[in-house]
Design a protein around this ligand. Structure first.
Ligand code: ARG
Length: 247
């Protein structure tokens, strides 16, 4: 069994960690990405897999949680400018990003899929040729779309500031499809089966989400990795996973 940290230990840790706001874990997130982070329209509260993970992390670090809703485009600059301590925003660990920030151990496996308008006839990436394809600007979906174009599949790429705008554009018929993270696409399809259709394609490779931390804060990174590891070992991670994704 994992020893539960004593209040003294939590207090010790609080003092050690370099934080934007003392006593708080301040998290930057683009809170428009269900089921990972979104606003509950009834309560106004932030919810999602990442939010539960963030709550659990803060608890284990002996800190209060504060989530700062941040536009995706600018989320890394905001971290570098110390507007928050970490990014938890379904962010895929990439080599490019890792030049700017440190990533925690991976906490989630994902991949890109095509989210098409139902009845579009799109069956795989080749069928995107000649179509209008949306992505959220600066996401791995954006990068995957650019790669498809470089590989000779010609389509019009339209970039949106946030993912809900891309989904709305599909619904309205402004675009034919989007390239986005699988679990976000599957939830959209589940909520709106008459509008959306998810298409997988094996050209899309596995991606891993990580928590981004400033490179000048290795102590925080270490504390986060330790907490993540303990959450995986004691079943808390599985509990959160099952809550949002089932078995
Ligand atoms: N996983 C993708 C990426 O890292 C998309 C993440 C978008 N997250 C969000 N909260 N909008 O690029």
């Amino acid at each position: 069994a994992t020893p539960t940290p004593t209040p003294e230990k939590a207090a010790e840790q609080k003092v050690e960690l370099k934080l934007v706001n003392p006593g708080k874990l301040t998290v930057g997130s683009d809170v428009a990405y269900p089921p990972f982070e979104y606003t509950n329209q009834t309560t106004g509260e932030y919810e999602g897999f990442d939010i539960d993970l963030a709550k659990e992390l803060a608890k284990r670090l002996g800190l209060e949680l504060e989530v700062v809703n941040t536009a995706w485009d600018g989320i890394i600059p905001g971290l570098l400018a110390h507007k928050y301590d970490v990014i938890i925003s379904a962010m895929t660990i990439t080599e490019e990003r890792a030049k700017q920030v440190s990533f925690s151990d991976p906490y989630f496996e994902a991949k890109q899929v095509i989210l098409a308008k139902k009845g579009s006839g799109i069956k795989g990436v080749e069928d995107l040729a000649g179509k209008k394809v949306g992505v959220q600007l600066g996401t791995t979906g954006d990068f995957a779309a650019q790669k498809l174009i470089e590989n000779g599949i010609e389509f019009e790429l339209i970039k949106y500031e946030d993912t809900p705008s891309a989904l709305m554009a599909i619904e309205k018929g402004d675009i034919d499809a989007a390239i986005i993270d699988n679990f976000v696409a599957y939830l959209a399809q589940k909520n709106n089966p008459d509008v959306f259709e998810v298409i997988e394609d094996k050209t899309f490779e596995p991606e891993y989400y990580g928590i981004a931390v400033n490179k000048d804060n290795p102590a925080l990174l270490e504390a986060i990795n330790k907490a993540l590891k303990e959450m995986k070992e004691d079943g808390t991670y599985d509990k959160i996973y099952k809550k949002w994704f089932g078995e």
